[in-house]
Design a binder for this molecule. Structure first.
Ligand code: ZN
Ligand code: ZN
Length: 293
């Protein structure tokens, strides 16, 4: 039963949040998370959560039982839902305002060759060129990814995370809630009109049907794991996994995206390595229909 709630009842979402909406309850979850095996005896838990009034402590602990914390004998154990509360807290999104000033990455701009810069503000990471003003990538990133890393490491983690979020969402699985993601190509990003790829003729809209997750992804960004693309580039000395998104022109360059037809919608993305090119044609859901070149 590890990781499962012992209480089968569904709660209204507002009520579930209310259950953890108290400092003492959050302290209890944090104390259990920090304990070996995420479990403690009542007296140990009580010692680690600094509340003088025993009745008050017991009351708040009882509110977590069954859903966030399992109580068995004298032992209290963190359940999956409790872990998820910790994860949300540790992401830093709710309480940290970490920023990174624009910092050179030592990587050249695909447009003008100047050194690209990374910056982080308002929970958004950005890679742009200070010289020509092109923004190559702008995407949410949690403060937890910034803490304890050099700027180069933050940029590398930002690249890794962004492509994995895109990949999962493109597989129709929400990276946040595991719900179903609807995907389709759109000519304008209605939820975020001035986003970094809005100059592309079309972008892939990835929209969770359950939670608030949505993304507008360059069409090339949906091809990062396609075997034809990966092997074409690999055979020509480009390892897609090790090349940051902002260095992959089929992802960031709007000129690599061509609308072939609108009904049905067919879009081609040109992938190139040196003088050689390959054309990947996708349908309205960014599924690959054909590859040639
Ligand atoms: Zn530039
Ligand atoms: Zn979701």
């Amino acid at each position: 039963m590890t990781g499962e709630s012992t209480d089968g009842e569904n709660l209204e979402p507002e009520h579930a949040f209310h259950l953890v909406g108290h400092e003492i309850r959050v302290d209890i979850l944090l104390a259990l998370w920090r304990a070996p095996e995420h479990a403690l005896a009542f007296s140990e838990l009580r010692d680690r959560v600094d509340v003088r009034d025993s009745g008050r402590f017991t009351y708040h602990l009882s509110k977590l039982e069954g859903r966030f914390v399992r109580h068995e004998g004298d032992r209290y154990e963190l359940l999956y839902a409790g872990h998820r509360v910790i994860d949300a807290i540790r992401s830093g999104v709710f309480h940290e305002t970490t920023e990174v000033e624009p910092t050179g990455l030592g990587q050249p701009c695909l447009d003008c060759g100047a050194t690209l810069a990374f910056d982080y503000a308002g929970h958004v990471g950005t890679v742009s060129c200070p010289d020509c003003g092109t923004t190559f990538l702008e995407y949410p990133f949690d403060p937890g990814g910034v803490v304890g890393r050099s700027v180069e490491e933050v940029a590398a983690a930002f690249d890794r995370r962004t492509r994995h979020v895109w990949a999962l969402a493109h597989e129709a699985v929400c990276p946040v809630c595991s719900g179903t993601v609807a995907k389709r190509l759109v000519t304008s990003a209605t939820k975020s009109e001035d986003h970094y790829a809005s100059h592309h003729p079309v972008v892939a809209s990835l929209d969770c049907q359950r939670c608030s997750f949505f993304s507008y992804v360059p069409v090339g960004g949906t091809l990062l794991a396609h075997p034809a693309v990966v092997s074409f580039l690999y055979e020509r000395g480009v390892d897609v996994r090790k090349t940051p998104l902002w260095r992959l022109d089929f992802v960031v360059d709007a000129d690599r995206v061509e609308v072939l037809s609108t009904d049905p919608r067919r879009v081609a993305v040109v992938v190139s390595a040196g003088d050689e090119t390959m054309r990947v044609v996708v349908d309205d859901e960014a599924n690959v229909l054909s590859v040639d070149g």
